[in-house]
Design a protein around this ligand. Structure first.
Ligand SMILES: Nc1ncnc2c1ncn2[C@@H]1O[C@H](COP(=O)(O)OP(=O)(O)OP(=O)(O)O)[C@@H](O)[C@H]1O
Ligand SMILES: [Mg+2]
Length: 276
């Protein structure tokens, strides 16, 4: 297989490394050639983390016309990282999301990653190293899963939840702090004739409130970037911008930040000594 960990690669052939992030809902792979992004993939994780990692990596390799043996180093991150036997190294999501976000914009000092089952806030220093972080992995409220449950209750596609929320002139606040109770609350609000758009706005505001308390736990430092799939929901981003009173940077592909960080760390591990 590829290069062994710690062994520095020399020679004139381009060196390809991979970062894989297997999350609870989506798996991503990013390939770097000589330290630059060549391609990436995003697929649903499904029930088997190992298969998801293989599929994500295969999709990325196929799109770049590369083979498994072309990969010098593979670094895995995400909740499923322990189930990837072909990874040379496993690194935490905190480190990888921090690294990926800092690469995308070196002005970033606070990273907010909201995925399917947890949310994290990471504070970085001027060199992009992790200073501190806070995490909510105990409760689905405040995560992407919460929004998925609520989209179903509101009978709207997840991708259209933000547009629905934008139609509201006010928010109906949701008082339950637990996903299951909040879902019951939404169902009874709907039964009482409440406006769907106003409920959606209330749900986005409740995610923003939960996330902002995580942000204040680590301390807010600008610039702020959002990573993870929930960054694709513009209503969450907007509600959080209003709550924190600042602009949030959302990269074009927020879901790949963790895999990108893993790939950058793979590159640094094998080949970048003295070049970064
Ligand atoms: N197009 C979209 N529009 C709105 N929301 C989206 C979209 N795509 C994904 N999401 C949100 O992103 C969430 C998944 O995020 P992500 O893919 O970062 O999770 P994950 O990395 O698998 O999870 P975790 O990091 O918690 O293990 C979904 O629950 C959903 O709320
Ligand atoms: Mg994730």
């Amino acid at each position: 297989m590829g290069q062994r960990q710690g062994e520095k690669i020399t020679g004139s052939n381009p060196v390809v490394v991979a970062g894989i992030d297997v999350g609870s809902l989506s798996a991503e792979a990013v390939l770097l050639k000589d330290g630059r992004v060549v391609t990436f993939s995003i697929i649903p994780t499904g029930a088997d983390s190992r298969k998801a990692a293989e599929k994500a990596l295969t999709a990325a390799m196929e799109s770049a016309g590369l083979q498994f043996d072309d990969l010098a180093v593979i670094v895995a991150t995400g909740y499923g990282r322990i189930s990837i036997p072909f990874a040379h190294k496993r690194i935490t999501e905190i480190t990888c999301h921090g690294r990926g976000a800092f690469y995308l914009d070196p002005a970033v000092r606070t990273v907010i990653d909201i995925g399917g089952q947890d949310s994290k806030v990471i504070r970085l220093n001027q060199q992009g190293k992790v200073l501190d972080f806070a995490m909510n992995d105990k409760c689905a409220a405040g995560t992407g899963r919460f929004l998925e449950v609520m989209a179903t209750a509101l009978e709207v596609e997840l991708e259209n939840l933000a547009a629905l929320s934008d139609q509201a002139v006010r928010a109906i606040s949701i008082s339950s702090t637990c996903t299951v109770f909040a879902e019951t609350e939404v169902v009874s609000l709907l039964a009482g004739g409440a406006d769907r758009a106003e409920i959606a706005r209330g749900l986005h505001e409740s995610i923003a409130a939960r996330t902002s308390s995580l942000v204040y736990r680590v301390g807010l430092d600008e610039a702020v970037m959002m990573t993870g799939g929930v960054a694709k929901n513009s209503a969450v981003v907007k509600a959080l911008e209003e709550k924190l009173q600042l602009r949030i940077i959302v990269p074009p592909e927020p879901q790949i930040a963790g895999a990108l960080g893993a790939a950058l760390l793979a590159w640094e591990d094998c080949c970048a000594a003295g070049t970064t």
